[in-house]
Design a protein around this ligand. Structure first.
Ligand code: HEC
Length: 155
């Protein structure tokens, strides 16, 4: 009987552990406000430092950046499935880091009709009907900084 109780108890404990593993039920991370200066964002989001290798992964991942839906990237063996946006090869020669940040964060400050998603737009301005996404930006601040770090390598 003692063994059965122990087993039951283990099961009881495992339920909340499993639930907390599900990213969808985690509260959203706090949103860091950013400031636009001369059509750019000079300060890294939340003061974070980006990781270029992870930035490339985020951009290629259709569940995260999904940049290939619209942009070609200079990555061997990778084909964009949409070409309605400018190719990003050499982008760091054309735009500064601060200019790149505004384009990824919320490019509608440059072109109100842009079809490019604002990946770190103020979540209070985004209508997200699914409760699990309410209050969330499309990418985390860290992932945006990772993407910027990768774009900076495209020279
Ligand atoms: C739904 C299509 C779409 C997606 C997805 C998209 N973009 Fe864009 N992007 C555009 C368009 C269109 C432009 C051209 C400017 C405009 O219309 O706003 C653009 C412009 C840009 C520019 C400026 C390019 C230049 O030559 O001036 C950068 C940088 C950029 N996007 C990065 C990204 C990154 C990084 C991602 C993924 C995290 C991404 N985009 C996802 C459509 C998209």
């Amino acid at each position: 009987m003692k063994t059965v109780n122990t087993l039951l108890c283990l099961l009881c404990v495992s339920v909340p552990v499993l639930a907390s593993d599900d990213a969808a039920v985690q509260p959203p991370e706090p949103y860091c406000k950013w400031e636009m200066v001369n059509y750019s964002i000079p300060e890294p989001l939340c003061g974070l430092k980006g990781d270029a290798a992870n930035g490339q992964k985020v951009m290629l991942d259709s569940a995260r950046g999904n940049c290939l839906a619209c942009h070609q990237l200079p990555v061997d063996g990778v084909e964009a499935y949409g070409t309605i946006a400018p190719p990003l090869a050499g982008i760091a020669n054309r735009l500064s880091e601060a200019q790149l940040r505004l384009r990824v964060v919320d490019t509608r400050h440059l072109n109100p009709n842009s079809i490019m998603p604002g990946f770190y737009r103020d979540p209070s301005l985004i209508n997200r009907p699914a409760v699990k996404y309410a209050g969330r930006t499309f990418l985390s601040a860290q992932n945006v900084e990772d993407v910027i770090a990768y774009l900076e390598t495209l020279k």
